[in-house]
Write a protein that binds this ligand. Sequence first.
Ligand SMILES: [Ca+2]
Ligand SMILES: [Ca+2]
Length: 502
Amino acid sequence: MANLLSLCLVFLINVSLFVSAQAPKRRFEYKLSFKGPHLVQRDNSVPFWEYFGDALAGDEGIRITPSLRSKKGSVWSKNKLEAKGWEIEAGIRITGRGRVGADGLAIWFTEGRASQTDNPADLVVFGAADRWKGLGVFLDSFDNDGQHNNPYIMAVVNDGTLAYDHQNDGSTQHIGGCLRDFRNKPFPVRVKIEYYNQVLTVKVHNGLTNNPNDFEICLSASNVVLPASGYIGISAATGGLADDHDVLYLLTHSLHDPTAESTQVSEEERQKFEKEFEQYQEELDRAKQDYRKEHPDQKDEYQDGDEQWYQSQNDKELRQIFDGQNVIHVILKDLNRKLDELMGRQEIVISRINSLPVGQGQPQGQPQQLGQQPVAGSIQRHEVDRVLGNQNSLLQQLGELKLVIGDVQHKINTIQSKGTGSAAGVSDQMALHEIKDRVNTVGNDVKSLLSKPQANLQCPPSSSESCLSATVFFIGLVAQFVLTIGYFVYRSNKEAQAKKFY
Ligand SMILES: [Ca+2]
Ligand SMILES: [Ca+2]
Protein backbone atom coordinates (compact mmCIF):
# COMPACT_ATOMS: atom_id res chain seq x y z
CA MET A 1 0.00 0.00 0.00
CA ALA A 2 2.77 2.40 0.95
CA ASN A 3 4.58 1.48 -2.22
CA LEU A 4 1.48 2.29 -4.26
CA LEU A 5 1.10 5.66 -2.56
CA SER A 6 4.73 6.61 -3.15
CA LEU A 7 4.37 5.52 -6.78
CA CYS A 8 1.35 7.80 -7.22
CA LEU A 9 3.24 10.65 -5.59
CA VAL A 10 6.19 10.24 -7.90
CA PHE A 11 3.83 10.08 -10.86
CA LEU A 12 2.08 13.31 -9.82
CA ILE A 13 5.39 15.09 -9.32
CA ASN A 14 6.55 13.99 -12.74
CA VAL A 15 3.30 15.12 -14.32
CA SER A 16 3.54 18.51 -12.66
CA LEU A 17 7.16 18.88 -13.81
CA PHE A 18 6.14 17.89 -17.31
CA VAL A 19 3.28 20.37 -17.37
CA SER A 20 5.51 23.14 -16.07
CA ALA A 21 8.14 22.29 -18.64
CA GLN A 22 5.54 22.43 -21.42
CA ALA A 23 4.21 25.80 -20.41
CA PRO A 24 7.01 28.34 -20.21
CA LYS A 25 6.26 31.89 -19.23
CA ARG A 26 5.95 34.10 -22.25
CA ARG A 27 6.92 37.74 -22.32
CA PHE A 28 6.21 39.92 -25.29
CA GLU A 29 9.29 41.65 -26.67
CA TYR A 30 7.90 44.83 -28.21
CA LYS A 31 11.34 45.98 -29.37
CA LEU A 32 11.70 42.82 -31.41
CA SER A 33 8.26 42.94 -32.99
CA PHE A 34 6.31 44.88 -35.56
CA LYS A 35 2.77 44.76 -36.82
CA GLY A 36 0.64 46.84 -39.17
CA PRO A 37 -1.43 48.84 -39.79
CA HIS A 38 0.28 52.23 -39.31
CA LEU A 39 3.58 50.43 -39.32
CA VAL A 40 5.78 53.24 -40.59
CA GLN A 41 6.47 56.59 -39.02
CA ARG A 42 6.65 59.92 -40.82
CA ASP A 43 10.23 59.29 -41.96
CA ASN A 44 9.20 55.85 -43.33
CA SER A 45 11.08 54.12 -40.56
CA VAL A 46 9.76 51.21 -38.54
CA PRO A 47 10.37 51.67 -34.80
CA PHE A 48 13.20 49.38 -33.57
CA TRP A 49 13.76 47.95 -37.04
CA GLU A 50 15.99 48.79 -39.97
CA TYR A 51 15.57 47.65 -43.52
CA PHE A 52 18.10 47.20 -46.30
CA GLY A 53 18.44 46.70 -50.02
CA ASP A 54 15.23 46.60 -52.00
CA ALA A 55 13.02 46.30 -48.91
CA LEU A 56 10.32 48.92 -48.49
CA ALA A 57 8.14 49.47 -45.44
CA GLY A 58 4.49 50.17 -46.08
CA ASP A 59 1.57 50.92 -43.84
CA GLU A 60 0.39 47.31 -43.65
CA GLY A 61 3.71 45.51 -43.74
CA ILE A 62 7.21 45.38 -45.14
CA ARG A 63 7.83 44.34 -48.74
CA ILE A 64 11.18 42.59 -48.54
CA THR A 65 11.38 42.32 -52.30
CA PRO A 66 9.07 43.36 -55.08
CA SER A 67 8.21 40.85 -57.82
CA LEU A 68 11.06 42.01 -60.03
CA ARG A 69 14.11 40.10 -61.17
CA SER A 70 17.28 39.89 -59.05
CA LYS A 71 16.10 41.86 -56.03
CA LYS A 72 17.45 41.49 -52.52
CA GLY A 73 16.18 42.99 -49.35
CA SER A 74 16.04 42.48 -45.63
CA VAL A 75 14.77 43.93 -42.37
CA TRP A 76 16.63 43.52 -39.09
CA SER A 77 15.94 44.32 -35.47
CA LYS A 78 18.10 47.04 -33.97
CA ASN A 79 18.17 45.22 -30.66
CA LYS A 80 19.29 41.73 -29.78
CA LEU A 81 17.06 39.08 -28.39
CA GLU A 82 18.69 37.96 -25.17
CA ALA A 83 16.86 34.93 -23.84
CA LYS A 84 17.54 31.25 -23.50
CA GLY A 85 14.15 30.49 -24.96
CA TRP A 86 12.08 32.42 -27.41
CA GLU A 87 9.26 32.22 -29.94
CA ILE A 88 9.08 34.13 -33.20
CA GLU A 89 5.90 34.20 -35.26
CA ALA A 90 5.86 35.81 -38.70
CA GLY A 91 2.90 36.47 -40.99
CA ILE A 92 4.12 36.13 -44.55
CA ARG A 93 2.59 36.59 -47.96
CA ILE A 94 4.54 35.34 -50.99
CA THR A 95 2.72 35.99 -54.22
CA GLY A 96 3.65 35.74 -57.88
CA ARG A 97 1.92 35.34 -61.22
CA GLY A 98 3.86 32.27 -62.29
CA ARG A 99 3.23 28.69 -61.30
CA VAL A 100 6.80 28.71 -60.01
CA GLY A 101 8.30 31.57 -58.04
CA ALA A 102 11.72 32.52 -56.73
CA ASP A 103 13.87 32.72 -54.85
CA GLY A 104 12.61 32.52 -51.35
CA LEU A 105 12.52 34.06 -47.90
CA ALA A 106 14.52 33.48 -44.72
CA ILE A 107 13.86 34.16 -41.04
CA TRP A 108 17.02 34.67 -39.02
CA PHE A 109 18.24 34.53 -35.45
CA THR A 110 21.94 35.36 -35.77
CA GLU A 111 24.77 37.01 -33.89
CA GLY A 112 25.38 39.42 -36.74
CA ARG A 113 23.08 41.30 -38.99
CA ALA A 114 23.04 43.26 -42.19
CA SER A 115 24.59 46.70 -42.58
CA GLN A 116 24.22 49.45 -45.15
CA THR A 117 27.77 48.80 -46.34
CA ASP A 118 27.03 45.23 -47.38
CA ASN A 119 27.95 44.30 -50.91
CA PRO A 120 24.80 42.95 -52.60
CA ALA A 121 26.92 40.32 -54.35
CA ASP A 122 27.71 38.83 -50.94
CA LEU A 123 24.07 38.43 -49.95
CA VAL A 124 23.72 35.02 -51.50
CA VAL A 125 21.43 33.30 -48.99
CA PHE A 126 17.93 34.60 -49.73
CA GLY A 127 19.13 38.20 -49.56
CA ALA A 128 21.40 37.76 -46.53
CA ALA A 129 25.05 37.02 -45.90
CA ASP A 130 26.48 33.55 -45.93
CA ARG A 131 28.40 31.90 -43.05
CA TRP A 132 26.02 33.18 -40.44
CA LYS A 133 26.20 32.34 -36.75
CA GLY A 134 22.86 31.13 -35.61
CA LEU A 135 19.66 29.90 -37.16
CA GLY A 136 18.11 30.37 -40.56
CA VAL A 137 14.62 29.13 -41.42
CA PHE A 138 14.20 29.14 -45.19
CA LEU A 139 11.09 29.21 -47.32
CA ASP A 140 12.70 28.03 -50.53
CA SER A 141 10.40 28.58 -53.49
CA PHE A 142 12.61 27.53 -56.36
CA ASP A 143 13.74 23.97 -56.99
CA ASN A 144 17.39 24.48 -57.78
CA ASP A 145 18.39 20.82 -57.61
CA GLY A 146 15.44 19.56 -59.64
CA GLN A 147 14.23 17.12 -56.98
CA HIS A 148 10.67 18.38 -57.31
CA ASN A 149 10.67 19.09 -53.60
CA ASN A 150 9.95 22.81 -53.58
CA PRO A 151 8.47 25.02 -52.19
CA TYR A 152 10.19 23.72 -49.11
CA ILE A 153 10.50 24.96 -45.52
CA MET A 154 13.61 24.02 -43.56
CA ALA A 155 15.92 25.07 -40.76
CA VAL A 156 19.69 25.39 -41.07
CA VAL A 157 21.94 26.01 -38.08
CA ASN A 158 25.34 27.52 -38.79
CA ASP A 159 28.28 28.25 -36.52
CA GLY A 160 29.78 30.66 -39.04
CA THR A 161 31.80 28.10 -40.95
CA LEU A 162 29.21 26.62 -43.25
CA ALA A 163 28.68 27.95 -46.75
CA TYR A 164 25.14 27.44 -47.85
CA ASP A 165 24.71 24.95 -50.70
CA HIS A 166 22.36 26.95 -52.79
CA GLN A 167 22.56 24.72 -55.86
CA ASN A 168 21.27 21.72 -53.92
CA ASP A 169 18.79 23.71 -51.87
CA GLY A 170 20.83 22.96 -48.72
CA SER A 171 19.43 19.47 -48.82
CA THR A 172 22.29 18.05 -46.79
CA GLN A 173 22.64 20.97 -44.41
CA HIS A 174 19.24 21.40 -42.84
CA ILE A 175 18.21 19.88 -39.54
CA GLY A 176 14.68 19.33 -40.68
CA GLY A 177 12.06 20.55 -43.08
CA CYS A 178 8.71 20.01 -44.74
CA LEU A 179 7.23 20.34 -48.17
CA ARG A 180 4.66 23.12 -48.09
CA ASP A 181 3.18 25.30 -50.78
CA PHE A 182 3.28 28.74 -49.18
CA ARG A 183 2.74 30.83 -52.34
CA ASN A 184 -0.45 32.65 -53.36
CA LYS A 185 -2.57 31.83 -50.32
CA PRO A 186 -5.80 33.67 -49.47
CA PHE A 187 -4.58 34.42 -45.93
CA PRO A 188 -1.11 35.06 -44.58
CA VAL A 189 1.09 32.02 -44.16
CA ARG A 190 2.31 31.95 -40.58
CA VAL A 191 5.58 30.50 -39.46
CA LYS A 192 6.16 29.97 -35.76
CA ILE A 193 9.72 29.20 -34.62
CA GLU A 194 10.08 28.10 -31.03
CA TYR A 195 13.38 27.53 -29.29
CA TYR A 196 13.20 26.31 -25.74
CA ASN A 197 15.44 23.95 -23.78
CA GLN A 198 17.56 23.47 -26.92
CA VAL A 199 14.56 22.11 -28.79
CA LEU A 200 13.79 23.85 -32.03
CA THR A 201 10.26 23.54 -33.39
CA VAL A 202 8.96 25.09 -36.56
CA LYS A 203 5.18 25.19 -37.06
CA VAL A 204 3.47 26.37 -40.21
CA HIS A 205 -0.02 27.78 -40.82
CA ASN A 206 -0.88 27.08 -44.45
CA GLY A 207 -2.79 30.31 -45.00
CA LEU A 208 -5.93 28.58 -46.27
CA THR A 209 -7.94 29.79 -43.27
CA ASN A 210 -7.85 32.84 -41.03
CA ASN A 211 -7.98 30.74 -37.87
CA PRO A 212 -4.85 31.65 -35.89
CA ASN A 213 -4.68 28.19 -34.31
CA ASP A 214 -4.35 26.13 -37.50
CA PHE A 215 -0.67 25.44 -37.06
CA GLU A 216 1.00 22.20 -38.10
CA ILE A 217 4.41 21.05 -37.03
CA CYS A 218 6.87 21.27 -39.88
CA LEU A 219 9.99 20.18 -38.06
CA SER A 220 11.30 19.58 -34.61
CA ALA A 221 14.92 19.08 -33.59
CA SER A 222 16.50 18.64 -30.20
CA ASN A 223 19.98 19.48 -28.90
CA VAL A 224 20.09 22.53 -31.08
CA VAL A 225 22.66 25.01 -29.83
CA LEU A 226 22.07 28.61 -30.76
CA PRO A 227 23.81 31.82 -29.63
CA ALA A 228 22.73 33.22 -26.27
CA SER A 229 21.67 36.39 -27.99
CA GLY A 230 20.99 37.36 -31.56
CA TYR A 231 19.36 39.78 -33.96
CA ILE A 232 16.13 38.87 -35.64
CA GLY A 233 15.93 39.41 -39.37
CA ILE A 234 13.90 38.55 -42.43
CA SER A 235 15.44 38.58 -45.87
CA ALA A 236 14.34 37.60 -49.36
CA ALA A 237 15.65 37.44 -52.88
CA THR A 238 14.33 37.05 -56.41
CA GLY A 239 16.16 35.55 -59.37
CA GLY A 240 15.12 34.96 -62.95
CA LEU A 241 11.63 34.46 -61.58
CA ALA A 242 10.23 36.83 -59.04
CA ASP A 243 7.66 36.91 -56.25
CA ASP A 244 6.46 39.64 -53.95
CA HIS A 245 7.83 38.77 -50.52
CA ASP A 246 5.82 40.57 -47.86
CA VAL A 247 5.99 40.33 -44.10
CA LEU A 248 2.80 41.54 -42.46
CA TYR A 249 3.89 41.12 -38.86
CA LEU A 250 6.58 39.65 -36.69
CA LEU A 251 5.92 38.98 -33.03
CA THR A 252 8.61 37.89 -30.62
CA HIS A 253 8.18 36.44 -27.15
CA SER A 254 10.91 35.44 -24.79
CA LEU A 255 10.21 32.17 -22.99
CA HIS A 256 11.07 31.64 -19.36
CA ASP A 257 11.01 28.69 -17.04
CA PRO A 258 8.02 29.26 -14.76
CA THR A 259 9.68 27.40 -11.84
CA ALA A 260 12.99 29.20 -11.98
CA GLU A 261 13.45 32.11 -9.59
CA SER A 262 15.61 33.88 -12.07
CA THR A 263 12.51 34.70 -14.11
CA GLN A 264 11.42 37.02 -11.29
CA VAL A 265 12.15 40.49 -12.54
CA SER A 266 14.48 42.30 -10.21
CA GLU A 267 13.78 45.84 -9.10
CA GLU A 268 16.72 47.06 -11.14
CA GLU A 269 15.44 45.37 -14.29
CA ARG A 270 11.94 46.70 -13.69
CA GLN A 271 13.20 50.26 -13.44
CA LYS A 272 15.28 49.74 -16.54
CA PHE A 273 12.29 48.50 -18.51
CA GLU A 274 10.05 51.29 -17.26
CA LYS A 275 12.65 53.86 -18.25
CA GLU A 276 12.98 52.34 -21.69
CA PHE A 277 9.23 52.28 -22.10
CA GLU A 278 8.94 55.93 -21.10
CA GLN A 279 11.64 56.90 -23.58
CA TYR A 280 9.86 54.99 -26.30
CA GLN A 281 6.58 56.64 -25.37
CA GLU A 282 8.15 60.10 -25.55
CA GLU A 283 9.68 59.29 -28.90
CA LEU A 284 6.33 58.10 -30.19
CA ASP A 285 4.53 61.20 -28.90
CA ARG A 286 7.12 63.43 -30.50
CA ALA A 287 6.78 61.63 -33.80
CA LYS A 288 2.98 61.93 -33.63
CA GLN A 289 3.16 65.65 -32.87
CA ASP A 290 5.46 66.18 -35.84
CA TYR A 291 3.09 64.18 -38.00
CA ARG A 292 0.15 66.33 -36.92
CA LYS A 293 2.08 69.50 -37.71
CA GLU A 294 2.84 68.21 -41.18
CA HIS A 295 -0.68 66.86 -41.75
CA PRO A 296 -3.07 69.31 -40.11
CA ASP A 297 -5.96 68.05 -42.27
CA GLN A 298 -5.66 64.61 -40.67
CA LYS A 299 -5.57 66.01 -37.19
CA ASP A 300 -8.86 64.54 -36.07
CA GLU A 301 -7.88 61.04 -37.04
CA TYR A 302 -4.92 60.89 -34.71
CA GLN A 303 -5.70 63.27 -31.92
CA ASP A 304 -7.11 60.75 -29.47
CA GLY A 305 -3.88 59.01 -28.67
CA ASP A 306 -2.43 55.60 -29.14
CA GLU A 307 -5.72 53.73 -29.42
CA GLN A 308 -6.32 55.30 -32.81
CA TRP A 309 -3.11 53.81 -34.15
CA TYR A 310 -3.81 50.22 -33.33
CA GLN A 311 -7.57 50.02 -33.10
CA SER A 312 -9.43 47.11 -34.65
CA GLN A 313 -12.58 47.29 -36.76
CA ASN A 314 -14.72 46.71 -33.67
CA ASP A 315 -12.97 49.55 -31.90
CA LYS A 316 -13.66 51.82 -34.86
CA GLU A 317 -17.35 50.97 -34.81
CA LEU A 318 -17.54 51.49 -31.07
CA ARG A 319 -15.77 54.80 -31.50
CA GLN A 320 -18.26 55.86 -34.15
CA ILE A 321 -21.18 54.95 -31.89
CA PHE A 322 -19.58 56.83 -29.05
CA ASP A 323 -19.01 59.91 -31.23
CA GLY A 324 -22.62 59.77 -32.41
CA GLN A 325 -23.83 59.65 -28.84
CA ASN A 326 -21.64 62.61 -27.99
CA VAL A 327 -23.20 64.63 -30.82
CA ILE A 328 -26.70 63.73 -29.63
CA HIS A 329 -25.73 64.70 -26.11
CA VAL A 330 -24.48 68.12 -27.25
CA ILE A 331 -27.68 68.75 -29.26
CA LEU A 332 -29.85 67.80 -26.30
CA LYS A 333 -27.90 70.12 -24.05
CA ASP A 334 -28.37 72.97 -26.54
CA LEU A 335 -32.10 72.29 -26.75
CA ASN A 336 -32.34 72.26 -22.97
CA ARG A 337 -30.57 75.61 -22.78
CA LYS A 338 -32.94 77.17 -25.34
CA LEU A 339 -35.93 75.79 -23.44
CA ASP A 340 -34.62 77.43 -20.26
CA GLU A 341 -34.31 80.75 -22.13
CA LEU A 342 -37.89 80.51 -23.33
CA MET A 343 -39.11 79.70 -19.84
CA GLY A 344 -37.25 82.74 -18.50
CA ARG A 345 -38.78 85.04 -21.10
CA GLN A 346 -42.25 83.72 -20.35
CA GLU A 347 -41.76 84.43 -16.66
CA ILE A 348 -40.66 88.00 -17.41
CA VAL A 349 -43.78 88.59 -19.55
CA ILE A 350 -46.05 87.16 -16.87
CA SER A 351 -44.44 89.35 -14.18
CA ARG A 352 -44.93 92.45 -16.38
CA ILE A 353 -48.60 91.62 -16.91
CA ASN A 354 -49.08 91.19 -13.17
CA SER A 355 -47.41 94.55 -12.46
CA LEU A 356 -49.95 96.49 -14.65
CA PRO A 357 -52.69 98.59 -12.82
CA VAL A 358 -55.81 96.64 -11.95
CA GLY A 359 -58.07 99.09 -13.89
CA GLN A 360 -56.33 98.17 -17.13
CA GLY A 361 -57.30 94.53 -17.06
CA GLN A 362 -56.51 93.15 -20.46
CA PRO A 363 -57.27 89.94 -22.14
CA GLN A 364 -54.32 87.53 -21.77
CA GLY A 365 -53.93 87.13 -25.50
CA GLN A 366 -52.53 90.64 -26.06
CA PRO A 367 -50.53 91.52 -22.99
CA GLN A 368 -47.64 93.25 -24.70
CA GLN A 369 -49.70 95.55 -26.99
CA LEU A 370 -51.85 96.84 -24.16
CA GLY A 371 -48.93 97.16 -21.80
CA GLN A 372 -47.07 99.43 -24.19
CA GLN A 373 -50.05 101.56 -25.28
CA PRO A 374 -50.02 104.18 -22.48
CA VAL A 375 -46.38 104.88 -23.20
CA ALA A 376 -46.52 105.23 -26.96
CA GLY A 377 -49.79 106.63 -28.35
CA SER A 378 -52.03 107.80 -25.44
CA ILE A 379 -53.37 111.37 -24.85
CA GLN A 380 -52.28 112.71 -21.49
CA ARG A 381 -54.70 114.46 -19.14
CA HIS A 382 -53.01 117.87 -19.26
CA GLU A 383 -53.23 117.83 -23.06
CA VAL A 384 -57.01 117.28 -22.86
CA ASP A 385 -57.26 120.13 -20.34
CA ARG A 386 -55.35 122.46 -22.63
CA VAL A 387 -57.64 121.68 -25.58
CA LEU A 388 -60.72 122.32 -23.45
CA GLY A 389 -59.23 125.62 -22.18
CA ASN A 390 -58.58 126.78 -25.74
CA GLN A 391 -62.16 125.98 -26.71
CA ASN A 392 -63.57 127.88 -23.71
CA SER A 393 -61.51 131.00 -24.45
CA LEU A 394 -62.65 130.81 -28.07
CA LEU A 395 -66.28 130.61 -27.02
CA GLN A 396 -65.76 133.59 -24.70
CA GLN A 397 -64.21 135.68 -27.46
CA LEU A 398 -67.08 134.78 -29.79
CA GLY A 399 -69.62 135.89 -27.13
CA GLU A 400 -67.84 139.25 -26.79
CA LEU A 401 -67.81 139.65 -30.56
CA LYS A 402 -71.51 138.90 -30.63
CA LEU A 403 -72.16 141.66 -28.10
CA VAL A 404 -70.05 144.15 -30.07
CA ILE A 405 -71.79 143.27 -33.33
CA GLY A 406 -75.22 143.56 -31.70
CA ASP A 407 -74.30 147.02 -30.38
CA VAL A 408 -73.04 148.14 -33.78
CA GLN A 409 -76.20 146.89 -35.47
CA HIS A 410 -78.33 148.75 -32.96
CA LYS A 411 -76.46 152.01 -33.62
CA ILE A 412 -76.77 151.58 -37.40
CA ASN A 413 -80.51 151.06 -37.10
CA THR A 414 -80.80 154.24 -34.99
CA ILE A 415 -78.82 156.27 -37.54
CA GLN A 416 -80.87 154.83 -40.40
CA SER A 417 -84.20 155.73 -38.71
CA LYS A 418 -82.93 159.27 -38.17
CA GLY A 419 -81.68 159.53 -41.76
CA THR A 420 -84.96 158.53 -43.48
CA GLY A 421 -86.79 161.66 -42.32
CA SER A 422 -84.03 164.05 -43.31
CA ALA A 423 -82.77 165.07 -46.67
CA ALA A 424 -79.85 162.61 -46.80
CA GLY A 425 -78.23 161.84 -50.16
CA VAL A 426 -79.15 158.71 -52.15
CA SER A 427 -75.53 157.61 -52.29
CA ASP A 428 -75.21 157.70 -48.48
CA GLN A 429 -78.31 155.57 -48.03
CA MET A 430 -76.98 152.96 -50.46
CA ALA A 431 -73.68 152.84 -48.58
CA LEU A 432 -75.56 152.35 -45.32
CA HIS A 433 -77.53 149.44 -46.78
CA GLU A 434 -74.38 147.86 -48.02
CA ILE A 435 -72.74 148.12 -44.60
CA LYS A 436 -75.94 146.78 -42.97
CA ASP A 437 -75.92 143.77 -45.28
CA ARG A 438 -72.30 143.05 -44.53
CA VAL A 439 -72.82 143.35 -40.80
CA ASN A 440 -75.84 141.06 -41.03
CA THR A 441 -73.78 138.50 -42.96
CA VAL A 442 -71.03 138.67 -40.39
CA GLY A 443 -73.64 138.38 -37.60
CA ASN A 444 -75.17 135.32 -39.23
CA ASP A 445 -71.75 133.74 -39.57
CA VAL A 446 -70.97 134.35 -35.93
CA LYS A 447 -74.36 132.93 -34.93
CA SER A 448 -73.77 129.84 -37.03
CA LEU A 449 -70.34 129.42 -35.42
CA LEU A 450 -71.83 129.69 -31.95
CA SER A 451 -74.66 127.36 -32.80
CA LYS A 452 -72.05 124.64 -33.88
CA PRO A 453 -69.58 124.28 -31.02
CA GLN A 454 -68.75 120.65 -32.06
CA ALA A 455 -67.02 121.96 -35.15
CA ASN A 456 -64.51 123.75 -32.95
CA LEU A 457 -64.07 120.72 -30.79
CA GLN A 458 -62.92 118.77 -33.80
CA CYS A 459 -60.04 121.12 -34.37
CA PRO A 460 -56.93 119.08 -33.49
CA PRO A 461 -54.72 120.59 -30.83
CA SER A 462 -51.62 120.14 -32.93
CA SER A 463 -52.96 122.10 -36.01
CA SER A 464 -52.45 125.51 -34.39
CA GLU A 465 -52.02 127.30 -37.75
CA SER A 466 -55.67 126.89 -38.86
CA CYS A 467 -56.87 128.15 -35.46
CA LEU A 468 -54.59 131.15 -35.72
CA SER A 469 -55.97 132.08 -39.14
CA ALA A 470 -59.45 132.28 -37.57
CA THR A 471 -58.10 134.63 -34.89
CA VAL A 472 -56.56 136.84 -37.55
CA PHE A 473 -59.93 136.83 -39.28
CA PHE A 474 -61.69 138.07 -36.14
CA ILE A 475 -59.09 140.75 -35.54
CA GLY A 476 -59.69 141.98 -39.08
CA LEU A 477 -63.39 141.96 -38.44
CA VAL A 478 -63.01 144.07 -35.31
CA ALA A 479 -60.82 146.50 -37.18
CA GLN A 480 -63.44 146.74 -39.90
CA PHE A 481 -66.14 147.57 -37.33
CA VAL A 482 -63.98 150.20 -35.70
CA LEU A 483 -63.45 151.83 -39.09
CA THR A 484 -67.20 151.61 -39.84
CA ILE A 485 -68.09 153.26 -36.52
CA GLY A 486 -65.50 155.98 -37.17
CA TYR A 487 -67.02 156.46 -40.64
CA PHE A 488 -70.56 156.84 -39.25
CA VAL A 489 -69.39 159.29 -36.56
CA TYR A 490 -67.73 161.27 -39.35
CA ARG A 491 -70.91 161.13 -41.49
CA SER A 492 -73.17 162.23 -38.64
CA ASN A 493 -70.88 165.17 -37.88
CA LYS A 494 -70.89 166.11 -41.58
CA GLU A 495 -74.72 165.92 -41.71
CA ALA A 496 -75.00 168.09 -38.61
CA GLN A 497 -72.75 170.70 -40.23
CA ALA A 498 -74.81 170.53 -43.44
CA LYS A 499 -78.04 171.09 -41.48
CA LYS A 500 -76.44 174.18 -39.99
CA PHE A 501 -75.79 175.46 -43.53
CA TYR A 502 -79.38 174.77 -44.63
CA1 LIG B 1 16.10 26.79 -53.93
CA1 LIG C 1 14.87 21.26 -54.35
